[in-house]
Design a protein around this ligand. Structure first.
Ligand code: PLP
Ligand code: COI
Length: 341
């Protein structure tokens, strides 16, 4: 199979239309068969639930070309499960896990020419999503839904790749204490856009959203969880009921404990203790682990000892081990890698 003629090492994190995507419809109380299609457009009724009341959830995962030339995905079962949780919370019919995994396999296989080569620094990003396609005008769940999955090749999420980021503590809330922060719903991201535009205009790479109730604890950014390293090389990750249960973070916790022999603590993290950490990183499918050099809290600068030039020592070890597992150069825990081709 011949690869597409792209400058793989220089693509950014943006959408490109690829060859095939998967579509399945839910109607009359059940999911229909589903198929691959070349049509990248979605035609909807003007009163579709997604357009009126934002009933939608999505996932993000990647396919990798490994060192031996295989194409694999990383823990797609966890994305399938999280999407079922998101759907249930939004009163949508969950898309069955086995069908999610079949859709992943089919779409990646059909777009194998778009999977970036090993060593290019790029990967294939998979975007499964589902939305209310049926009409609703009173505020209630729709009765018809569509599940889709498309793929697009991507480079690093943050421009500059591994250069440490500067964040600011946001004045806005992303998710409420008993709200939807723990699910992957498009509405959470709409909530973060105004804050994100303001942060970028002010010269910051991203927002740190504090907890909405007290504004004293670290939650997450608009698209990644936090990971901190203490001066004694302990890994600390913020615990909260209103952040997304990141699959990358859960994987890194395992890697830190079982591959690197590090102590890991998951607990609420106060903004006031940030200056005590030696390293900070953002973790997620898109972010992988992106180092943070500085956080600005209303004029007060918190600079991590790892500096603004490169990743800190422990962050680097975590990054190398995780990406080694994904690219097939480090042995993976059982069940983490799903081979597609
Ligand atoms: N937090 C938010 C708000 C996200 O959008 C993402 C991205 O998916 C993450 C965290 C990281 O989650 P994961 O590691 O499962 O990609
Ligand atoms: C992901 O990492 O998959 C996400 O969904 C984050 C998004 C900001 C691109």
């Amino acid at each position: 199979m011949e690869k597409k003629n792209l400058d793989w090492s220089n693509i950014g994190f943006s959408y490109m239309t690829t060859d095939k995507r998967y579509v399945a419809n839910y109607k009359d109380g059940q999911w229909g068969p589903g198929e691959l299609t070349s049509d990248s457009t979605v035609v909807l009724n003007e009163c579709a639930g997604i357009l009126q009341y934002c009933q939608e959830c999505f996932e993000g995962l990647k396919a990798y070309t490994t060192a031996d030339g295989s194409i694999v995905t990383f823990r797609p079962d966890l994305n399938a499960e999280r999407m079922m949780d998101s759907a249930a919370w939004l009163e949508m019919p969950p898309f069955p896990k086995e069908r999610f995994l079949e859709a992943v396999d089919q779409v990646v296989k059909a777009n194998a020419a778009w999977v970036p080569p090993y060593g290019s620094g790029a990967t294939l990003y998979l975007r499964p999503y589902m939305f209310a396609s049926g009409p609703v005008i009173g505020v209630k769940p729709a009765t018809e839904y569509q599940f889709r999955l498309f793929v697009t090749p991507v480079g690093p999420y943050f421009k500059g790749g591994a250069k440490p980021l500067t964040l600011c503590v946001s004045d806005f809330d992303r998710a409420a204490p008993h709200g939807s922060g723990h699910i992957k719903a498009g509405l959470n991201y709409a909530m973060s856009l105004h804050a994100s535009v303001l942060a970028h205009e002010a010269g910051y790479d991203e927002n740190l959203f504090p907890d909405s109730a007290t504004r004293t604890y670290v939650e997450e950014t608009g698209g990644a969880n936090f990971l901190f390293i203490t001066k004694d090389h302990e890994v600390v990750t913020p615990q909260s009921g209103s952040i997304l249960p990141s699959i990358t973070r859960r994987s890194l916790v395992y890697v830190a404990e079982h591959y690197l022999g590090l102590k890991v603590t998951q607990r609420p993290v106060k903004l006031s203790e940030l200056s005590e950490f030696a390293e900070c990183g953002l973790c997620g499918t898109a972010a992988v682990i992106s180092p943070v050099g500085k956080i600005v809290d209303h004029g007060k600068e918190i600079c991590f000892a790892s500096g603004m030039d490169e990743m800190g020592e422990i962050t680097r070890k975590l990054y190398d081990t995780l990406t080694g597992i994904q690219m097939g150069t480090v042995e993976a825990p059982k069940g983490w890698i799903r081979k597609i081709v």
